[in-house]
Design a protein around this ligand. Structure first.
Ligand SMILES: [Zn+2]
Length: 258
């Protein structure tokens, strides 16, 4: 079905609203606060509750010129950025799935990946709540899919988590330091329920490759840092691999196997 441009605009706006919620998740979840309470966002600097008209995704940031209305403290550019990329994620999900239940599942997958990416960048942790929610959604989704069965989902989770656990275990054995967190292993269990065993292998391979390139570049640029101990979170790179695979997995698989 050919979708009208208005559907894509609506998908973008819906995505930015979810992105605003993702910002709340990114801020509150690692700080062990309740996601739903307080119900309204507040300025992290002065604590003032943000009025609804100052909380419109992307738009409010520009109307307020990037500052809190009350204390004039700068608002991080990341808030509108996360809203924007979540809007784009929603549009891409609609492009991939059309107006169907698949849209909701694929968009949820991407929204969780976005939350994981920024929490892992900030805190070097991946909250269990996100991995578990994603794992359950992926499992439920597998019952609705034509191209995929619940067996594929379980197999994907097992292969993804198993391989990454093996890498983490060997690394620790050989180098005597922890290179990968267990959060990454659990993340692959979640991701695997959506993209299957081949997708899991691709994600780990792709994530490691891009992660190594970025890691080496950063260690090189950051000359003052002790290079041996320079560490970057792995979650964002796994998220990038999973993102590539959920959209272009068919092409990648056919190319590889054929
Ligand atoms: Zn303020």
């Amino acid at each position: 079905m050919e979708l009208n441009i208005l559907f894509y605009i609506a998908a973008f706006i819906f995505g930015t609203i979810i992105g605003s919620f993702i910002n709340v998740v990114i801020y509150r979840l690692p700080r062990k606060g309740s996601i739903l309470r307080p119900a309204f966002s507040f300025c992290p600097n002065c604590g003032t509750t943000i009025k609804w008209y100052d909380n419109i995704p992307i738009v409010s940031y520009f109307l307020l010129k990037g500052r809190c209305r009350v204390c004039k403290n700068p608002i991080s550019k990341r808030y509108p950025f996360v809203e924007f990329i979540t809007g784009i994620a929603s549009v891409l999900s609609l492009w991939k799935a059309g107006l169907s239940i698949d849209y909701l599942f694929i968009f949820s997958f991407l929204a969780i990946l976005i939350a994981i990416t920024f929490i892992d960048l900030d805190f070097k942790i991946i909250p269990d709540e996100l991995n578990l929610t994603g794992f359950i959604l992926g499992l439920i989704y597998s019952f609705f899919r034509k191209d995929f069965t619940p067996i594929d989902a379980i197999l994907g989770a097992t292969v993804g988590a198993g391989i990454l656990w093996l890498i983490a275990y060997s690394y620790e054995k050989f180098r005597g330091i922890e290179g990968l967190g267990f959060g990454d292993v659990k993340m692959m269990a979640f991701v695997g329920t959506y993209i299957g065993w081949f997708g899991s292998l691709f994600t780990i391979f792709f994530g490691s490759l891009i992660g190594a390139v970025v890691g080496i570049s950063l260690a090189y640029l950051n000359k003052t840092e002790d290079k041996g101990r320079f560490e970057i979170p792995f979650g964002p790179f796994l998220a990038l691999g999973a993102f590539v695979y959920i959209f272009w997995g068919d092409i990648i698989k056919n190319w590889y196997l054929g």
